[in-house]
Design a protein around this ligand. Sequence first.
Ligand code: ZN
Length: 285
Amino acid sequence: MIYSPLTTSDLANRKAALVVGHPGHELRLHGWLEIARPHVFVLTDGSGGAAQSRLNCSEQVLREANCEPGSIFGVFTDKQIYELIINSRFDPFIALVTTLADRLRELDVDYVVGDACEGYNPSHDLCRIVLGAAVQRLRSQGMPLLNFSFPLHSRPDECDLPTDYGSVRLDLTNDQFERKMAAAWGYTPLVPEVEESQRLIGLDAFRVEWLRPTSTKAGFENLAAWRPYYETYGEQQVASGRYARVLRYREHFRPLADALWEHATSQSGTGASTRSRSLRKSAVA
Ligand SMILES: [Zn+2]
């Protein structure tokens, strides 16, 4: 049995940060959000194809759960991320790793939680590799923070790592679950997704929340053997004339991952002197 350094009973008194690709992901961990009260960092504004930011909806969720928005909050659109990756423009993401690591150090967090790398959406996978690189950088500087992920595409109530291996399982009380569902149904732009989850897996699946311990290299290597869904989706978009080019793992995403890992491991000693900058909308992209 492997000792778990974080248990469910620790959640209320350890400092946490949540780092997600899109506003609204925090709803999946709403029970944990209320207990742990993390600083919440969001990479994109969630506009997607709708051209409408949903940051204000997330700000309301965070306010009601007594959580603080982080200094990185909606700095990209998905379109910008797609274009930067496909054109091999990695500098904004390297700067993002430095800024995130600096801020996590300032906050002195004990653990971070972020999107899992599922090969489903490039912004989710980007979030995972940015967070992994930031954690790697901080660990190299002697900060032993723990690194967890949670799925956006897979079922929320399933986890292939048992608690003996460091996973943290949270079973929501009825009150916690009701507040979670009220927040989800009140998040207007995501109501179609809530309805789809209700139809596909049933909302009771969201009574359980898992934090899964994750390697800092997650997303840097584990997609090499299979074809991510976003490539298939991109091909469909190109065929219909909506995208000009397909974002591919080997050609585009993997070189970005390599650049971030190189940054995380080669400059680990210099971060302490780098001042954190506040990144708000369009400050980076
Ligand atoms: Zn998302």
